[in-house]
Design a protein around this ligand. Structure first.
Ligand SMILES: [Zn+2]
Length: 433
């Protein structure tokens, strides 16, 4: 190894870290993001994020930053794990409450990422007894930049223009695959996905924070109900208390009349639904990018509006942490019951499969399969094509056969049956059982 080369290679990172961690005689000050340094004048750059994460990782034993993938343009995808005094191992974490925050899947919705960077740092350095107790008993995970190529280009999709937040079932993007693997390996009780919307002119959709739970009808009933409580009784409630106006995502408001519009309602490729189908409380949070829509779009890029958007996301993060402090152990029991119930339903075939509909839209008769098949038979080609996807989704196979008697049961027909709106292959349903 050429040590000189290694040192030169490290130099930019070291300099950047030095810039944001002022050297002091005693304990160093917690690192600050570029967004904080500039008081909202600029979003944190990609390089700024990397040096910030390196500095937090370096300064706190409570944090591990690991690379979970790489984008097409070569940017790393990171998972930040937190615990006290150090993050729990995977085996230990699986028995404890785990929360995952997914930040800025849509590259042109940057506020969630800023909130995540700040909060993961705050957790790494906090002296708050309640939060330290939570870190002792629970695992907190962040994917601080779920779509770094899209962020760099200020675009919704990744560098191929693919919407990652429609790819959580099919897993055709490196970003989707990285997140699927995190969910498989850490089985978080809650997955909170931070987005933004707007500009909202004309002012139909006029609330500052919108929240939604999994609407897909194949999501376990208890997971669905508990996710709705997290969304409404915790996140929405705390946002209102903090002074933000809120609504359910997917509801336009016109002269105070709620008008339903289909904002990806039951779509099984969207994180909030896929995570629900994977027995996590999948939550979507959206902040409005403009200040007051009546003031016009010129307000969009004002630092004060940016700071408010980021602050609204930190409220959502804090509300989720409050939920997990109050209910974490109960939610661990609830999600493990949901996993066991999926296996049982696969065996008993006592719950229908819904190929459409949502918790706010009746499925048609053709969209309901009752009883469901007992499994699906794949061709060798189909198996070869889907082996990695199924592994990442935690779907088990017996040779070319995919039995429904397993935890991933709700995902199987949606991925393998030609009636699924997002099916990857048309496998043969096995109904002779
Ligand atoms: Zn979005």
């Amino acid at each position: 190894m050429d040590l000189r080369k290694v040192l030169v290679g490290m130099l930019p990172a070291v300099l950047a870290v030095t810039a944001i961690v002022p050297a002091s005689a005693g304990r160093s000050e917690p690192p600050r993001t570029e967004f904080e340094e500039g008081d909202g004048a600029e979003w944190t750059s990609h390089d700024g994020e990397l040096s910030f994460l390196a500095a937090v990782d370096e300064a706190s034993d409570r944090v591990v930053v690991e690379t979970i993938g790489k984008t097409k343009e070569g940017r790393p995808l990171h998972l930040v794990r937190l615990g006290y005094p150090a993050p729990a191992s995977r085996a230990a974490a699986l028995r404890r409450p785990t929360t995952l925050f997914v930040c800025t899947q849509h590259g042109n919705e940057p506020a969630g990422r800023e909130a995540c960077l700040q909060r993961l740092r705050d957790l790494a350095f906090t002296d708050d007894a309640e939060l330290i107790a939570q870190l002792k008993q629970q695992t907190i995970l962040f994917v601080p930049s779920a779509n770094p190529d899209g962020r760099e280009a200020d675009a919704r999709g990744n560098s191929d223009g693919t919407d990652i937040n429609r790819d959580h079932l099919n897993l055709e993007t490196p970003e989707g695959r990285a997140m699927a693997e995190v969910v498989r390996d850490w089985q978080p009780e809650a997955v909170v996905d931070l987005h933004e919307y707007g500009p909202s002119l004309p002012a139909l959709y006029d609330d500052e924070v919108l929240v939604l739970w999994p609407r897909n009808l194949n999501v376990d009933e208890d997971v669905h109900a508990q996710a709705k409580e997290l969304a409404l009784d915790f996140i929405t409630k705390d946002e209102e208390t903090a002074g933000y106006s809120t609504d359910e995502y997917g509801m336009y408001e016109l002269a105070d009349q709620d008008i339903h519009q289909s904002a990806g309602d039951g779509d099984e490729g969207i994180a909030r639904n896929t995570m629900g189908l994977r027995h996590s409380l999948g939550i979507l949070v959206e902040t409005r990018v403009d200040g007051d829509p009546r003031n016009g779009p010129q307000e969009l890029e004002e630092p004060a509006v940016r700071l408010r958007r980021v602050a609204a996301h930190t409220v959502a993060i804090d509300a989720t942490l409050r939920f997990m402090r109050e209910r974490g152990d109960a939610v661990v029991r609830l999600t493990s019951r949901a996993r066991a119930r999926a296996v049982e339903e696969g065996r008993l075939r006592n719950e229908p499969v819904y190929f459409g509909g949502a918790d706010n839209a009746e499925p048609t008769e053709e969209q309901i399969q009752d009883p469901p098949p007992c499994g699906y038979e794949l061709s060798k080609d189909q198996l070869a094509r889907l082996r990695r996807t199924m592994s990442l989704l935690g779907i088990r196979t017996r040779g070319t056969y995919v039995p429904m008697t397993q935890q991933a049961e709700p995902l199987i027909p949606l991925l393998l049956d030609e009636r699924g709106a997002r099916h990857s292959v048309a496998a043969k349903p096995d109904t002779k059982c």
